[in-house]
Design a protein around this ligand. Structure first.
Ligand code: PGA
Length: 262
């Protein structure tokens, strides 16, 4: 079994200005460059700043990602952006199924699934987010919800495409709240996701799949989370807007060595 390369994403959400986005990207490029050989680092700025941020990242090895995409290739879809447009400006990863798109914007499993298939087809990396709400967790439904979202996303996705996917487990109650899942609780869900992928596909596919944790990851809790055997990095919101904090999290992730044969 090969070691899984850790991956850290910086999801800037609807924050920054053109100037602050470029400046933050420059900081990330400088501080994360040395880690990109051992950890995949991707930042997800707002759409209008993608090109400028891509230029600021230069040859640092930090990759450029988009926070969303539409599944149609072109045409009368006012306000939407296609995979080809993203590729055209140097984007190589897309977040799909984020809880804010599910619960604030109202995207359902069917739409997310159409976007996911189109994004894989375009040879972009998919960061596919799954996670339960507080109500669902308290009702003991965490596994059912997470595995249901996973199953819906993976429908019609062949094993050969899983190298192009990262699963982000993001409990909704932990996003932007300062409330992080305990490393043990997060690990339990990550292990459950990996087991489900093994039974849907096979052990080799499941062992090579990267599963990130997201939800109030900060510089001071990253190492305990990343020490868990099935946590292969993080999707970072708030802390990714602070270049120094983000670089510390990337440094912690670059030390992970999970998935190697025992
Ligand atoms: P947070 O966001 O780190 O601010 O909790 C995580 C995310 O939404 O991906």
């Amino acid at each position: 079994m090969a070691t899984r390369t850790p991956i850290v994403g910086g999801n800037w959400k609807m924050n920054t200005t053109r100037a602050s986005a470029v400046s933050l990207a420059e900081t990330v490029a400088t501080s994360c460059r040395e880690h990109t050989a051992t950890c995949d680092v991707v930042i997800f700025p707002p759409f209008p700043y993608l090109s400028a941020v891509g230029e600021a990242l230069g040859d640092s090895g930090v990759q450029l990602g988009a926070q969303d995409v539409y599944h149609e290739s072109d045409g009368a879809f006012t306000g939407e952006v296609s995979t080809a447009m993203l590729r055209d400006i140097g984007v190589n990863a897309v977040i799909l199924g984020h809880s804010e798109r599910r619960h604030v914007i109202g995207e359902d499993d069917a739409l997310i699934h159409r976007k996911l298939l189109a994004t894989l087809e375009a040879d972009l990396l998919v960061i596919f987010c799954v996670g339960e709400t507080l109500e669902q967790r308290e009702a003991g439904q965490t596994e059912t919800i997470v595995l249901g979202q996973l199953e819906s996303g993976l429908t019609d996705v062949p094993a050969s495409r899983l190298v192009q996917m990262v699963i982000a487990y993001e409990p909704v109650w932990a996003i932007g709240t300062g409330r992080t899942a305990s490393p043990e609780d997060a690990q339990a869900v990550h292990a459950c996701i990996r087991t489900a992928v093994a039974s849907r596909y096979d052990d080799v596919t499941a062992d090579s799949l990267r599963i990130q944790y997201g939800g109030s990851v900060k510089a001071d809790n990253a190492s305990a989370l990343f020490a868990q055997p099935d946590i292969d990095g993080g999707l970072i919101g708030g802390a990714s807007l602070d270049g120094g904090a983000f670089a510390s999290i990337v440094r912690e992730a670059s030390r992970i060595s999970h998935g190697a044969s025992a």
